[in-house]
Structures are given as C-alpha cells and as structure tokens.
Design a binder for this molecule. Structure first.
Ligand code: PLP
Length: 426
C-alpha cells in the first residue's frame, strides 16, 4: 500500500474522491451502529446468570463467621468476600474493605474524604488554595470527571508503552505539594490497554512527593480481564512495593466485579495499608451500617475463589477476543502502511485506541456519526475533554454484535481515510 505521505497532491485528491464515494455508499445505507460503549454484551452477562440461583429462599444465609448476611453488621465485608476480592487484586484479605456495587463510587468517596476530612490527620484539601492531580493521558474519562467535579486542577502526564512518563511524575510530585494524587489504571489501561512495567510500578511506589497526603489511586479495574491469558498481564503488587519503599500509606487500590458478574450489580473493594483502612473506617461507619452482604455471599457462592473467577473470565475472553480481533484485522487490512495513524494490540481490557494524525480525531468521530456509527467523543479520554493533539479515539468493541462490529469497523476506516486526506489537502 502506498503511504499517503508519498503521494502527490493530485494523487491525494484522486484518493479522496474515491474514499468519499465509498463513504457516501455507507451513508446511504442508513446504518445505526455503536462502538462507544465500554460495557459487556448481553451474551457476557448471560454467563453470570447462575449468580441469581447462588442464593435462594432455601439457602443458608450465614457467612462463615456466623454473621447473618441479611442483617446489619460486618462493615468491611464478610470474610469470604474479602478473600475473593483480595484474590482479584492479589493482596491479603486483611488489606481489603468490601464496598458497594461500584468502584467508581468508592473512588469518588476517597476523593471526597481527601477534600472534606483529610487523610490520616492531614489538612482537608478544601482548606487549601490549590489542589492538583496528575492524569496520565489518554485515561479514563470518569476519573477525570471526579477530580473536575471537586475543582481539582488536572495535569496531563503522557502515557508510554510502560505506563505514565515516570520522569515527569517524579519531578512534578517532588516539586509541588499541591499535587495530591495520580489516577492510574495499571493493567490493560483504559483506553490503550497498556500494562505498567515492573520499573514503572517500582518507581511509582518509591515516589518522594512533597505532599505528605499524596495518594496513588490504583484502579485495578481490569485485573483479571485477560484476552490472551493471565501470564501476559502480570504486574507487580503496588501495596507490597509501597511497603518495601517505605511508603505504605501512599496508595489506595480499587477493583470491582462490574465486568466479571453484572455491571452495576457486582461488588467493589478497596485495598490499603492498616493505617489507611482504619482512617477510612472512621468515616465509613458514619456513612453506612454496612453494604449489601447478600450480594457478597451470592458472589462467593457462585465464583468460590480466585480460580473460579479466572475460569469465568476465560469465558468472557471467548466473547471478547473475536471482537477485538475483528476490529484489529480491519484496521490492519484497511489502514496499515497508509500513514494515517497507529494503534496498539491490547492483551486485555475493554478498549482499542486509535491514534489519528494530529488534528483528525474530531473529524473522524463526526464523519462516523454522519454515517450512522457512534464513537466515544474525541477528547473524552483527556481532562476537561481536551485532547491537545486531537488525535485519540477510543474504540469499544465489546457491545455490538459481530456483524454490526464488522460494518462499524469498516466505516471507521473509511472515515479515517477521509479525515486524513482532507487534512493533508488543507
Ligand atoms: N475504572 C475503570 C478504569 C473503568 O474502565 C470502569 C468502567 O468502565 C470503572 C472503573 C467502573 O467500575 P465500576 O462499575 O466498579 O464503578
């Protein structure tokens, strides 16, 4: 395939006329397709239906410590659910509080606690003039929405193939005590699918922040969401690394079963040091008398343990893998070698990131919309929705049927070609 960069102006114009014709043919079909939603397909959700029978009217409702799961009590979760969630994060059960149905909710609460109460006796952030967070980009839009909501200033840190640019992170946190946190999705990052290298995790754990109450928000949302087996997705244990580096209190780790059992109907958890857990419990005990332990019991009875979760996630992978591969094969066959952008093949998680040439992402998303394909808005994976290069597009292959996905991926490629050629001919 001839690279666009090697074409003359006339050839580019000719090519644009050709791809515009193809684009128009797709447009005339009046399709309605959606590649914007990073949520499980109904086929994946069917895999979890056994959860609904895991506890029924005949079941023993006692947890293994004798606690009646139907009643109040057990603020930090039933012991067997702590073990299950610890298994997902590969931490010790005593490092875990099992929370409600959403890890995002738990993260929101942790930022709110920093704001209103302060961590471990430090000044609440709301009393400070300025509070800042580091935001590896591209990243998860809802993380950025939480910090924006609380008026936290967000600083972009570029992602590399090994995680956030650690030279920049180290320098910034050491210099500025207004920087109170960093958002991290360490495994199969949203949206690029990056797996943090051992060096990145070690450097993160060994940070020397100017702020005593600086925290790493370690959102291990895709801890067990492998497409090609667990081996490829191994990362170091951040709690252990922080302990080794003399920073035991510097991290909060989060996870949930939202994309394991039911999205919004699962269980979430936080893992942290003993001191942090005690601090969290001081306000948690005011906030709630306890979370839904019946749901915790249901999850334990259905999944049993970390092995049970791993087996279940293999079934999810069987659904997801062909969808990812279909999109990647389409990108490869349509766009490879054109000089119209790049992408990385993710080993797990929920997204593929396409990076267009500078200044083309918004145009691609708009063209796709006009041809009936909804994509995540360009800019969404950046704080304040602003992609400085206007080049990142998040593709979510999990939800559409294979047939819809095929059409959507093909249309996407045509839109990339049109937008790239238009830009080159400006
Ligand atoms: N964290 C990341 C990185 C996500 O991608 C998502 C959902 O897409 C969530 C958290 C949401 O998790 P939960 O449903 O547990 O709130």
């Amino acid at each position: 395939m001839q690279t666009y960069a090697d074409m003359t102006k006339e050839q580019l114009q000719e090519e644009l006329t050709k791809v515009r014709q193809i684009y128009k043919e797709y447009q005339d079909k009046g399709l309605k397709l959606d590649m914007s939603r990073g949520k499980p397909s109904s086929g994946q959700l069917d895999l979890g239906m056994g959860l609904l029978n895991a506890v029924d009217a005949e079941s023993l409702m006692q947890a293994e410590n004798g606690l009646d799961t139907r009643n109040y009590g057990g603020l930090d979760g039933i012991p067997e659910a702590k073990r299950l969630m610890a298994g997902i994060m590969e931490v010790r059960p005593e490092q875990v509080i099992v929370c409600g149905n959403s890890s995002l909710n738990t993260m929101y609460d942790m930022v709110a606690r920093g704001m209103l109460l302060g961590y471990l006796g430090q000044t609440p952030w709301c009393k400070l003039d300025k509070v800042k967070f580091l935001c590896p980009v591209p990243g998860y839009d809802r993380h950025f929405a939480v910090t924006e909501h609380f008026g936290v200033e967000m600083i972009n840190v570029p992602m590399t193939e090994e995680g956030p640019d650690m030279d920049m992170v180290e320098k910034l946190v050491a210099e500025d005590d207004a920087i109170k946190g960093i958002w991290c999705v360490p495994k199969y990052s949203n949206p690029q699918g990056v797996i943090y290298s051992d060096e990145t995790v070690r450097r993160m754990a060994a940070l020397k922040p100017a702020a005593k109450d600086f925290r790493i928000f370690w959102d291990n949302a895709y801890a067990v969401h492998h497409l090609y087996g667990a081996e490829k997705g191994k990362i170091l244990n951040i709690l252990d690394e922080c302990e080794k580096a003399g920073n035991p209190d510097m991290v909060f780790e989060f996870c949930s079963t939202s994309k394991i059992s039911f999205a919004g109907g699962g269980i979430a958890a936080i893992a942290a040091s003993e001191a942090n857990l005690a601090d969290i419990k001081k306000s948690l005990t005011i906030q709630t008398i306890g979370f839904d332990k019946v749901n915790q019991l249901r999850h334990v009875r259905f999944f049993k343990d970390a092995d049970g979760i791993a087996k279940h996630m293999e079934k999810h992978a069987e659904f997801l893998r062909p969808r990812f591969e279909l999109v990647l094969e389409t990108l490869e066959s349509q766009l490879s070698g054109l000089g119209a952008g790049s992408w990385i093949k993710p080993m797990g998680g929920y997204f593929i990131t396409y990076e267009t040439n500078e200044g083309c992402a918004k145009r691609v998303v708009a063209l796709a919309k006009e041809a009936g394909v909804v994509l995540t808005p360009a800019g969404a994976p950046f704080p304040y929705g602003k992609d400085p290069k206007d080049s990142v597009i998040r593709i979510a292959p999990s939800y559409p049927t294979m047939e819809d996905l095929k059409a959507a991926a093909e249309i996407f490629c045509v839109c990339v070609k049109v937008a790239t050629l238009e830009k080159m001919l400006e």
